[in-house]
Design a protein. Structure first.
Length: 317
């Protein structure tokens, strides 16, 4: 009771002083920077926990099959989730830029050095050698750069230095060639071609999908991001997380990473989770979605570890 009383007093004091702190931060022109920092810290808050032993007990020696499309730098190179969990994945990396693919092959068992698309064909990649990670099947559109808060002096980084023709194949065809029967985690970071890749997924149904989308695309002729959402909703997925990427002149992110899981309210989504519940629980722990995991577990009777049930989701602190 005493602790709860102290907590209430502390909360009241913080609520009282926050408006004054905000005014000071606005005067210093760092209010938004501080908010963005705190927002990012909330996304990382559950990294405080180490779920490694729980995951080991769940999946034993089995691996989570991961397809990383746009794998320049290697799997989870941006530390979207803690690297301590990388050991639980069997990775297939996709990198159509020849030189980058050769780098990946030195350390990875499975590397697909073709591009993925909705059909088999030859397409051109616009190569940006000054910013290789922004190379795309779509040409950069300088008229949108202000929305992304790209400064004039940096425009040269987004200049197309060459076009390279690459062979494309469908996601399902590429995985079958490697004798991969199931896909648990799909990551898409392809600067605009995410929807076309998803159209080629066919019979594969990942338990968790991470897809980068441009709300205001910085490339020409990229399909509106709402089509990607609708496509995945039609496949019985729901969006449960988004994280803004980079700077933007709008009040919502111009570019985001979205996280999708099977819709546990629909029969197909429910079936997918129940047939793969140990891997689903593992992925939800790795990505830090504790509260949502508890809700899904209660509805589908996943029989969560009591240790997980007792943990607080620090994102909401």
């Amino acid at each position: 009771m005493l602790t709860r009383g102290i907590y209430k007093i502390a909360t009241s004091i913080v609520k009282f002083i926050l408006p004054f702190i905000s005014k000071i931060l606005i005067k210093l022109r760092i209010n938004r920077r501080v908010i963005n920092f705190l927002d990012n810290q909330s996304f990382l808050a559950n990294n405080y926990y180490n779920f490694s032993n729980i995951i080991k007990n769940l999946i034993k020696e089995e691996k989570i099959i991961a397809l990383d499309v746009g794998a320049q730098g290697g799997f989870n190179s941006d530390s979207f989730f803690p690297k301590k969990y990388n050991v639980f994945f069997e990775t297939i990396l996709v990198e159509p830029i020849k030189e980058e693919a050769e780098k990946l092959k030195k350390n990875s068992k499975y590397v697909i050095d073709k591009a993925l698309w909705s059909s088999s064909k030859v397409k051109s990649i616009f190569i940006l050698e000054n910013r290789l990670g922004s190379s795309s099947m779509y040409e950069p559109d300088t008229s949108t750069f202000k929305i992304h808060s790209i400064k004039k002096k940096d425009y040269n980084n987004y200049k197309v230095t060459k076009k390279v023709d690459v062979e494309c194949e469908k996601l399902d065809v590429a995985l079958k060639k490697l004798s991969i029967k199931e896909l648990d985690y799909l990551k898409l970071d392809t600067q605009g071609s995410e929807l076309e890749i998803l159209k080629g997924m066919k019979d594969y149904s990942p338990l968790l999908i991470r897809a980068e989308v441009h709300v205001f695309s910085m490339y020409k002729n990229v399909p509106n991001w709402s089509y990607l959402l609708q496509h995945l909703y039609n496949l019985d997925y729901i969006c449960c997380d988004w994280r803004g990427i980079g700077s933007h002149a709008t009040r919502i992110p111009a570019e985001m990473d979205l996280i999708f899981i099977p819709n546990y309210k629909k029969e197909y989504g429910k079936k997918l989770i129940l047939e793969n519940k140990k891997k689903f629980i593992s992925l939800m722990l790795i990505f830090g979605h504790l509260n949502l995991l508890k809700i899904v577990s209660k509805e589908l009777n996943l029989e969560l570890n009591s240790q997980v049930e007792d943990l607080n989701d620090r994102f909401f602190f």
